[in-house]
Design a protein around this ligand. Structure first.
Ligand code: CU
Length: 469
């Protein structure tokens, strides 16, 4: 398991980190609580939800008043006291934010995990606003919903606009470690893939029991009251462990204004791809009529879907099937090619380029970068402070991989040889056989993670680090 292995790796790194747990840490944070921004307490907890009519024990990240995650404002510091109230170690990653590396929440890389009953404190400036999320980076806890929204207001919300957060999750009654063991076993017994076309992608290697939208399925979806003729800012977070979707607005058209929190030139459509860990900010203007407007997420390459309902006026809400008539296609990079950052990086020649082949051995369910599965002896990719760095990702496997860089926003600058000033992001999908280049400025020194965000690919070794001082 990544967490255990990486703990060993970074014994040295962890020793250099200020202690992240214990009362000394708490006292230290209390002493620095001079300014106006109060500390928000977040608790890692167990909770029970109902899925397909059965009780399911999952995790939560909640404030004492029950609020899931955090909504805050750009300009305020991110000041959080995190308490571990579950019976196992944990650590939370603030996905998409750019904290000092010791507060990034990757066990064994940025800090040790918080033991049961322990706590850790976080305090860093928020450089930008947008739609982000938080999730455990410890073991496979993310699959059990150890995650929550992290919304940073920055004025993109217009007066009179109603904010709707849509969290998407894949759910299984099978414990995550059994899912992982099953993937390894199943792969070993898979027939030879030699006869199959390399163009045929392999999608959805886990068979889930349900897909959740704000913890619920379409059998009993969340219904959100909106105004006829009203305006909605929809913030969609794909918090799934392994599932990419087509967000489907049905009869509505939406204006996509940001991806992964970062503003992009607006694009209007009724369907948008959203890979694992990505976010979409979509502005909706509802028609002036009493009606129910489903907002659905259709699993890629599949018929299953989940979603919520926007109810304008008091409409009759018809039951929505949890499958579509025909399977959806695989996600493509068509939207990615069209996206343009509202505030692109300054054009600059790369000072350093690292090529990372996305590789894997499906027969053993080992996933890797440049054919090296993560282990304690893998050296960090070298970069230097102040450099413009480009990472060239070439997907040599038959699965799509949503690749995530910690601690930095990056820009998509090339797909299959075509250069363009694409979206700013923190997670980009690299589809089978394709080559995607991202650029970022090395402006946040430390030891940083770079990995596939498919949970079992990450755990199976598609992970590496970058380091600079
Ligand atoms: Cu992957």
């Amino acid at each position: 398991m990544l967490s255990r292995r990486s703990l060993l790796v970074s014994a040295a790194a962890a020793a250099a980190v200020r202690p992240a747990t214990g009362s000394a840490q708490t006292a230290q944070a209390s002493a620095s609580r001079g300014s106006a921004t109060p500390v928000t307490t977040l608790r890692l907890q167990r909770r029970t939800i109902e899925v397909n009519g059965k009780a399911a024990s999952v995790f939560a990240i909640r404030q004492p008043d029950g609020t899931s995650g955090i909504t805050t404002e750009v300009g305020k510091p991110f000041r959080v006291h995190l308490e571990n109230n579950i019976d196992q170690p944990s650590l939370i990653h603030w996905h998409g934010l750019t904290p000092p590396w010791q507060q990034d929440g990757v066990p064994g890389i940025s800090a040790p995990p918080i033991p049961p009953g322990g706590s850790a404190d976080y305090d860093f400036p928020l450089r930008f606003g947008g739609t982000f999320w938080m999730h455990s980076h410890q073991g496979l806890q993310e699959q059990s919903l150890m995650l929550a929204p992290l919304i940073i207001h920055d004025g993109r919300e217009r007066p009179g606009e109603q904010e709707v957060v849509l969290m998407l999750n894949d759910f299984s009654f099978t414990p995550p470690d059994e899912i992982f063991a099953g993937l390894k076993k199943q792969s070993g017994s898979m027939p030879s893939m030699a006869g199959r076309s390399p163009q045929t992608p392999d999608l959805n290697d886990v068979r889930y029991d349900a897909f959740l939208a704000n913890d619920r399925t379409l059998a009993d979806p969340e219904v959100i009251t909106v105004e006829p003729d009203g305006r909605v800012l929809l913030r969609v977070i794909n918090g799934s462990s392994m599932s990419n979707y087509h967000l489907d607005l049905g009869q509505l058209k939406g204006e996509l204004i940001a991806v992964d929190g970062f503003r992009s030139e607006p694009l209007t459509a009724s369907r948008f791809p959203i890979a694992v860990a990505q976010r979409l900010d979509i502005r909706l203007t509802l028609p002036r009529q009493i009606a129910a407007w489903p907002v659905l997420a259709v699993l890629e390459g599949d018929r299953r879907q989940t979603g919520i309902v926007l109810a304008a006026g008091q409409p009759t809400i018809a039951r929505i099937a949890d499958t579509t008539d025909t399977p959806s296609p695989a996600l493509t990079l068509d939207l990615e090619r069209r996206l343009r950052a509202a505030e692109p990086l300054k054009p600059r020649k790369a000072d350093r380029v690292h090529t990372l082949n996305l590789t894997g051995d499906m027969a053993r369910y080992v996933w890797s970068l440049n054919n090296v599965a993560w282990n304690k002896d893998v050296p960090p990719l070298p970069i230097a402070k102040g450099e413009r760095v480009e990472l060239v990702m070439v997907n040599q496997t038959r699965m799509p991989h949503p690749m995530h860089l910690h601690g930095h926003e990056f820009q998509v600058v090339e797909i299959d040889g075509n250069r363009f000033a694409g979206a700013l992001r923190d997670t980009v999908l690299v589809t089978p056989g394709q080559r995607v280049v991202i650029a970022f400025d090395a402006n946040n020194p430390g030891l940083w993670s770079f990995h596939c965000h498919l949970l079992y690919h990450l755990d199976a070794g598609m992970f590496t680090t970058l380091r600079y001082v």
